[in-house]
Design a protein around this ligand. Sequence first.
Ligand code: NAP
Length: 306
Amino acid sequence: MYDVIIIGGGPAGLTAGLYTSRARLKSLLIEKGFLGGQVMTTEWIENYPGFEDGISGVELSQKMEKQATKFGLEIMQGSVTGVSLDGKTKKVKLEDGSELEAKSIILATGSNPKPLSIKGEEEFRGRGVSYCATCDAAFFKESDLAVIGGGDSAVEEGIFLTKFAKTVYIVHRRDQLRATKVVQERAFENPKIKMVWDSVPEEIVGDATGVTSLKIKNVKTGEVSELKVQGVFIYIGYNPNIDPVKDIITINESNYAVANENMATSGNGIFAAGDVRAKPLKQIATAVGDGATAAISAEKYIEENF
Ligand code: NAP
């Protein structure tokens, strides 16, 4: 039996693994995709402390992996389909039908930005298509940009993008924003923001240099037009990867894991860290903090319960 099974190998999971293995807990991290998670898909990271000139997402992920495994963390490729409780023992089911046992679980499965699923989105991902203004805004100085969505994320991030961009078009499928009123007011007052109402993106167009325009369709008139933009920021919501535990812990109305300041969920001995946890700021810097806290909480839980 493992002391700790960590599900998910992004910054939260790798940090949790670093801490649990240094605590000499028998630790296994299970990752279904590639270690690093969303960080791996970020070309350049300038807001993670310690790398004053920035670092590529790939390199940061590799460094985190090396540091975590140095102290004995086991890493396994696999997809977790469910977690169940057998008394105090947690059973982790894998896609291949096998089952593993642990005294505690750290859920660090992250979340994925909802894709628009339109032509050009995948092709220009990382070359003009972004899901993270905080990460990528600085690459778009004096550019014209489109932000898709009308919720708090789209409008707040649209406002943030005006610090760099020349013009930010907020493309929304209705004629009223979903975002909080005060956030809306700030957007309407911002001279760099242009609202594009009643419009849905149809295609992201580009060439070898990256994105060059966004084709949009007015849902009321049916008219198709083209916005000349160098970047498209997509904020139409997130999907937390909660499925394996959704029946055994409390989740909020948006399907995020609810956890307290010690990262403890409502499931005894089940901790949540990183983007899968309900919290206001989802960044690498906050994910690693969650991972460290979850690891120490798991250690304490094992000491007290086994
Ligand atoms: P959200 O509130 O779900 O908003 C998503 C937006 O994208 C909506 O305006 C929606 O349009 C639009 N949309 C959805 N699917 C679309 C599609 N296929 N094509 C085009 N547009 C589409 O997501 P969010 O803004 O990421 O926020 C998630 C939660 O976090 C919310 O509860 C939000 O309040 C909260 N949040 C809070 C803060 C804050 O308090 N500072 C900051 C960020 C997020 P419709 O409006 O027509 O549905």
